[in-house]
Ligand binder design. Structure first.
Ligand SMILES: C[S@@+](CC[C@H](N)C(=O)[O-])C[C@H]1O[C@@H](n2cnc3c(N)ncnc32)[C@H](O)[C@@H]1O
Length: 237
């Protein structure tokens, strides 16, 4: 990897998460053992690209969801869009187990799952121009100022997302932290490869995005929810 390819303090990469294992239910444990071979993808060695045509066994518009939590909204979207393939990446094992159970219960075949740092997978293993969409719903807000550097949405990450999107592809973000929503606007509005679908500095309607677990938690606390929706324009002419 070239120097400066990732945000670092000294030599250690700044991560957007802290691994807290949490307890697995018996169902999640079983799902990780039995269903992982069906739906799980391992990180390729070195900087090799993921072969998503092989992983899904077809060619289809591909949507990446980063940090899917318990995966319920991802499973709901995959069920609503059988014509799309969904790649979900999450570091939290119980959440991955939960999604696997949901995929089995719903009989879904258009989802693949990775248990890895999504920022690293995006940067190193997703081919440029290969994604129809990227979804980031209720990312960890890292509310303390000294932790803001851990927030996933940073100029370099947005540049990378834009490169991975196919022309016409979308980036959909949602957060219930007003301060993070403003930060997202600040960062996204300065990315020349993406255009705000609702006009400069405008938030978006939620559209058909299903409610997520963290969203419900925020709403119970009285938080407002902010959606942001950007597209990579198709080449003119
Ligand atoms: C606040 S939760 C939101 C989960 C879900 N999207 C929801 O709305 O219910 C953020 C999730 O992002 C995951 N996460 C944070 N950074 C990540 C990364 N770099 N790669 C993969 N998952 C990440 C965390 O493990 C956590 O489950």
């Amino acid at each position: 990897m070239a120097a400066g390819d990732e945000q670092t303090t000294g030599k250690r990469p700044i991560r957007s998460f802290v691994r807290r294992e949490g307890r697995l239910t018996a169902g999640q444990q079983r799902a990780l053992e039995v269903l992982w071979p069906m739906f799980g993808l391992e990180q390729p060695p070195a900087d090799q690209p993921l072969d998503l045509d092989a992983a899904f066994g077809r060619q289809a518009p591909r949507v990446l969801e980063i940090g899917f939590g318990n995966g319920e909204s991802l499973a709901e979207q995959a069920a609503a869009h059988p014509e799309r393939d969904y790649l979900g990446i999450e570091v939290h094992r119980p959440g991955v187990g939960h999604l696997l159970m949901e995929l089995e219960a719903r009989g879904l075949s258009n989802v693949r799952v990775m248990m890895a740092d999504a920022a690293e997978i995006l940067r190193r293993h997703i081919p440029d121009g290969s994604l129809h969409g990227v979804q980031l719903y209720f990312p960890d807000p890292w509310p303390k100022k000294r932790h803001h550097k851990r927030r996933l949405v940073q100029p370099q990450w947005v540049r990378e997302v834009a490169a991975k999107l196919a022309p016409g592809g979308f980036l959909h973000l949602a957060t219930d932290w007003a301060n993070y929503a403003e930060h997202m606007l600040d960062v996204l509005e300065t990315e020349p490869a993406l255009v705000n679908s609702c006009g400069p500095r405008q938030f978006s309607p939620r559209g058909e995005r299903p409610e997520t677990k963290f969203e419900r938690r925020g709403l119970r606390k009285g938080h407002r929810v902010f959606d942001l929706y950007y597209r990579k324009p198709r080449a003119a002419g």
